[in-house]
Structure formats: C-alpha cells, structure tokens
Design a protein around this ligand. Structure first.
Ligand code: URP
Ligand code: ZN
Ligand code: ZN
Length: 466
C-alpha cells in the first residue's frame, strides 16, 4: 500500500526558535519536508493560508479514568483524547498510579489496558509511586525498560497517595541511577491535614476553605524541601502544577545552586483565581484542585517564570469530575474530588491570555507546550515540525473565534469552566502521525488511532529555551 501524502500549503510554521512561512509535506506518519514545496503527484493539498502551523501540543500532566477520593475522573482515553485533539494536543502523558505496595508493573498493566484501542492521540505514562517499598524501588527498572521514564511522588494527600521524605529520597536515588526523572506534587501534607481538621472543626466548610487550608507557604516549603533532596541525591526533579511565585522562586533558587530542578504550571493557575472558589454552591466546588487556585497577584510572576523558562512547561493537570461528584462536598470541601477539566482549552487560553496579552511569544508558547516538553519527557519523535519527526501538526487559525462551553466541548463533564467566553482563535485541524484527528469541530478518527509511546531519557538534554 502506498503511503498517503498531504501537503499543507501556505501556512506559517511556528517553531520554538522563530516563525517562518512554509509548506509542510507529510508522507505516511512523518514530516517529509518543510519549505516552498510543489505538490507531488497524488498528494492531497490542504490550503492553510492565514493559519499558523504548530507542532502538536503535548500535555505532560493528565488524569484520565483516575481513581481518586473514592470516585473516578470522568474522561476515559476515548473522550479525553478527543478533547485533547480538539485542543491541538497530539500526545498526552498520563499517570498510572501504584495500588499494590509490592508492584509497579500491575499498575502499568492496568493503565495500558484502559488506554489500548481507545485513544485518539498518542499517549505515554508516568508511574506514580505511592509506597516506595523495596519491591517498588526494584520495579522502577522494569518501568524504565517499558518506556516509563518518569516517576511521580505525592508529598500531600495524607493517608492516601502521600509518601514520606525517606521514600521520596530513595525513589530519587533509584531514578537518578536509572537515568529517569522524578516528579513531585509539592505540598506539605501534614500541614494541610492539620489546617483542614481545624477548619472543619470551626465550621469553615465552604469551597474557598479548600484554598485557605492550603496556603502558599505549604506549597513553597514542600517545593524547597523536594529541591533540596534532589540536590543532595543528584536526581533530576520536575515539580508539577506550580501555582504561586513563592514556589517558583524555590525552583529558581535550586537552579541557581546548580541543581537539576525544573517545573511546570498549569493553564488554570495563569487564568483563574481563588475568587472562583467563592462562587455559590456547586459552582465553587468545580474549581477545587490541589494545590489550589491563588490570587491574581500571582499571575504576572507566573507568566514571568514561564517566559524565562524557569517553569518550562504549561500543562493542564486535566482531572474532570462532574457536578454530581463535586456536589458530594457541598457541605464539606474536604469531600470534593480535586481536579479541573481543562485539556481542550489550554492552547486557546494561552493564546489569548498569554500571547495576545503580551506575556509570551508564539514561539515560547510552542516551546512550553511542545518542544521542551518533548525533550524533558523523552518523546524524541515529537515536539517540532521538522523532517523525520512524527507528523503531529496543529493548524491554528488566529482569526477564527470559537465559543467555550458544553456545546463545543468533547470533555465528559456537564459544565465548562469558561462557559460564556469566546476564544479569539481556534484549532482548525489536528493531525496525529499524519492522520486528521480533529477537523473543524468533528473528530475523524476511530478510537485506537492513538498509540502508546515508549519514552526514554537516555539522550543528552539540549539546553536553551527561547
Ligand atoms: O487537584 C488535582 N490536582 N487533582 C489531580 C491529582 C493531582 O494532585 O495532580
Ligand atoms: Zn498533584
Ligand atoms: Zn495531577
């Protein structure tokens, strides 16, 4: 069978190091050429004039079908990756979560089973270690061999996912020896537990108290502690979902000391605030996530950390729960499942509130959502529009507004955080390995187009971010 050939004609390629007008030739699953290209015989020619061509976005932080607080997050690998594609995402890295203290393999098998034959875009896995037993530490090598090049540990969610500092240190040492990346959810879980117990005892149970019982110092302290342990062990550390300047400052300080520490923030921490938790009833509960949304004063510093590359990724931490699930904590915030539905909206939000607002350039957007993310997480075939890479391409129309809202959402939740707002620009087409997945409001692929991507961090890290 001859390979399909598509020529994207007349667009403007945005790369991490600049922008230029160019046609892009796709043959089979890969990018064959970039430049001024005459259509080969038999090629399908797609007019993309007026559009930007971005490398497919990578979401390095998602929770599809996640068991959490006695519930399941509502997007599976089918709906979640449809929403991803609608938002220009061609690869996600989701979290498999250890449930057997003696094994990591059993969790990987479980998550692989959920995703196989279901996803529309490509996917990889991090492994979340919830009990760093000798057997689990041993199993980390098996994970690396299976293409799971990163391990996450929770410093919060006491009594559930949280690990002790000695467990964190041992996991970091093993990851260092295996050439893998350690990731942390950095909040001081003991302090959170104390503050939550006190708030409930005092009758402070509405949604905003979720944020008030997880103050910034709780996150900054844990971030600094994790960074110090990484520095001591010589491990490479990535701090997930950084919400505030105080925590980002700990990362930058570690970098200045020469430690291999970096991190991400998420879309919602750049555009939402603690005031969203003050909305009435279940509306306030929809915004409960951990660490919590902060005040507006954190937005400008966070954009600055993103712009300077101290925070090298903007992901989503997509973890959607519907109103019925969120309502379980109407009278007690500590019962509300933590997590927000965002996977579809990252590009449009970062475009309007990042690029159009002058905080970051289009190239920085591409870098922090694709190019550097691919490098950090060992996705060698992804992250840029260059010959030989996977043909993961977003055709993004900067002059095509699109309304946010349930009516336009592929996410499997019964509300949209940005209902009533309109994005100034939108995704026209998303190609994953040369196949058109999302096409002007429609999903074109069957479940199963998305394939597992084995990741490896054994190639040298490149250096500069624009
Ligand atoms: O609230 C959040 N972030 N939910 C997902 C789990 C996590 O901590 O990443
Ligand atoms: Zn987390
Ligand atoms: Zn998360």
């Amino acid at each position: 069978m001859t390979e399909s050939t598509t020529l994207l004609k007349g667009g403007r390629v945005v790369a991490a190091d600049g922008e230029y007008d160019a046609d892009v030739l796709v043959v089979g699953e890969q990018i064959a050429a970039v430049g001024q290209i005459e259509a080969p015989d038999g090629a399908a020619v797609v007019d993309v004039s007026g559009c930007l061509l971005l490398p497919g976005l990578i979401d390095n932080h998602t929770h599809l079908t996640m068991p959490f607080m006695g519930m399941w997050s509502q997007d599976d690998y089918d709906t979640g990756t449809q929403a991803a594609a609608a938002g220009g995402v061609t690869c996600i890295v989701d979290f498999a979560i250890q449930s057997d203290p003696e094994s990591l393999q059993s969790a990987l098998t479980e998550w692989q089973g959920r995703a196989a034959g279901t996803a529309h875009v490509d996917y990889g896995f991090h492994m979340a270690i919830t009990a760093a037993t000798p057997a689990a530490i041993e199993d980390m090598a098996v994970m690396v061999d299976a293409g799971v090049a990163s391990f996450k540990l929770f410093m919060a969610y006491k009594g559930a996912l949280m690990v002790r500092d000695d467990e964190l240190a041992m996991a970091m040492e093993r990851a260092r020896d295996l050439g893998a990346l350690t990731m942390v959810h950095a909040e001081n879980g003991d302090m959170v537990d104390l503050l939550v117990t006190r708030a409930r005892g005092e009758g402070n149970t509405s949604a905003v108290h979720h944020a008030l019982t997880r103050p910034e110092f709780v996150e900054a302290e844990a971030t600094g502690r994790a960074a110090r342990i990484a520095e001591y062990t010589g491990a490479s550390l990535f701090v997930v979902h950084v919400t505030c300047a105080a925590a980002a400052a700990e990362i930058e300080a570690a970098q200045q000391r020469g430690a291999r520490v970096s991190g991400e923030t998420c879309t919602q921490y750049l555009v939402n605030t603690i005031d969203d938790l003050r909305r009435p009833g279940v509306e306030g509960c929809r915004y409960i996530c951990s660490p919590p949304l902060r005040d507006t004063a954190n937005h400008a510093p966070l954009w600055d950390y993103v712009g300077r590359g101290v925070l090298e990724s903007v992901s989503t931490d997509h973890c959607p729960f519907n109103d019925e699930q969120k309502s379980r904590g109407l009278d007690d915030f500590s019962l509300v499942p933590n997590g927000l539905p965002v996977i579809q909206h990252r590009l449009a939000k970062l475009w309007d509130e990042g690029v159009m607002a002058g905080h970051i350039t289009p190239s920085q957007l591409v870098d922090r959502t694709s190019t550097t993310v691919a490098r950090r997480f060992g996705l060698q075939a992804k992250g840029s529009i260059t010959p030989g890479k996977d043909a993961d391409i977003v055709v993004f129309d900067p002059a095509a507004p699109r309304a946010y809202g349930v009516a336009n959402s592929f996410m499997n939740v019964d509300y949209d955080l940005y209902e009533g707002e309109t994005a100034s620009a939108s995704v026209r087409h998303t190609y994953c390995r040369g196949t058109l997945v999302y096409d002007q409001g429609e999903i074109r692929t069957a479940p199963g187009h998305g394939k597992y991507v084995a990741r490896s961090l054994s190639v040298p890290e490149a250096v500069t971010a624009p």
